[in-house]
Design a protein around this ligand. Structure first.
Ligand SMILES: [Mn+2]
Length: 351
């Protein structure tokens, strides 16, 4: 059996990047001839949107040549009322105690609910008692893996709300072979909690916030094999940091220019420019530097921080210059010379 696993699409509207990503996922399922697609929570950004877009999403799912299993996540917990129709291929798993059997494989869905660690574990054991271990069993889960987020399951630091917290160690004594998870967006993340048994977050299939960096993935795997990272052609963020150097007289924006020319078609660059520079050496005031950055930054660039400062008055200061000249005569190795200059610079800026 071939399984395609995603989560956290956070659909908001039709025809945006998230909507396109969902269409692409359905196409991949057809192309790869999968036997089932699992969407492990937060298909919708919120429950109201889920209710509103149901007729539209039904059209997307109609294109699938395979069954689709969905569980509600914390964002779309109310998006799937009883009797709601998402298409002939689609089943929403609303009750952990009622698995769906497809081609001799049992799929169990743990829809998101506000349970603490202890109650979540009790619920899992309640379901485990009903599991028939003569067949493969797969769990769809939406929640927080404490091994990654840390701390205790009832309340986190400062009493932070936990989202259906579980630990990897639970699953070693539970009967599920694969735990297909959703909720943590940042990256594809697979854990072999026991030999041949895996807990996987595929990561959001499209960048939802600026924290989701790099190309996005799905989990596409054979039931008897290992989870596998499947790269997705969808919108995502990449970070680009320019750290200015007060001892450099090359144009610091050259790497940015090059990067922008080579930016992958679906990527958006998150640009940060920080540090000190010598405006005299670069013949560039702060206003000019800002202008040049804005000119380079087209619609594929989002500026997240501009924390630069022209410190020509210090670098060009006679005292600093004569200090640098003295240092040169001592013949320090380059790295050491550089370190001393930076300390001197700091000292003069704090003067
Ligand atoms: Mn979530």
């Amino acid at each position: 059996m071939k399984i395609l696993h995603t989560a956290d699409v956070h659909i908001r509207e039709i025809n945006d990047a998230r909507w396109e990503a969902l269409g692409e996922i359905v196409n991949i399922g057809n192309r790869e001839q999968v036997d089932v697609l699992t969407i492990c929570g937060d298909l919708f950004d919120n429950s109201e949107i889920g209710q509103k877009l149901r007729p539209k999403i039904r059209e997307v799912f109609t294109a699938a040549n395979y069954p689709i299993l969905i569980i509600p996540g914390n964002h779309d917990i109310e998006a799937y009322p009883d009797g709601a129709f998402l298409g002939e291929k689609v089943t929403v798993l609303r009750d952990l105690l009622q698995p769906l059997i497809i081609d001799g494989v049992a799929f169990w869905g743990f829809p998101f609910t506000y349970l603490d660690e202890e109650a979540a574990l009790a619920k899992l054991h309640q379901a485990a008692d009903k599991v028939n271990t003569d067949m493969p069993n797969i769990l769809l889960f939406h929640g927080e893996l404490l091994d990654k987020t840390g701390g205790w399951g009832i309340y986190g630091e400062e009493g932070r709300q936990r989202y259906l917290p579980v630990k990897l160690s639970y699953f070693t004594s539970l009967p599920w072979q694969h735990v297909l998870a959703g909720h943590l967006h940042s990256n594809y993340d697979s854990h072999e909690f026991a030999p041949g048994r895996y807990f996987v977050y595929p990561g959001s299939p499209v960048s939802i916030t600026r924290k989701e960096l790099g190309i996005r993935h799905l989990n596409l795997f054979q039931l008897e094999g290992m989870p596998e990272k499947y790269p997705l052609d969808s919108a995502y963020y990449e970070k680009f940091l320019i750290h200015l150097d007060p001892f450099q007289s090359l144009n610091p924006l050259l790497p940015l220019k090059e990067r922008i020319e080579k930016i992958p078609p679906r990527a958006t660059l998150l640009l940060e420019v920080a540090g000190y520079y010598n405006g005299a050496a670069l013949q560039m005031t702060e206003t000019m530097l800002h202008e040049k950055i804005m000119k380079l930054a087209d619609e594929r660039v989002e500026i997240t921080a501009l924390e630069f400062r022209d410190i020509r008055e210090i670098v060009e200061d006679d005292l600093f210059k004569s200090f640098a000249a003295c240092l040169d005569k001592k013949g320090f190795p380059a790295a050491e010379r550089r370190e001393i200059l930076e300390i001197a610079l700091q000292g003069m800026m704090e003067r």
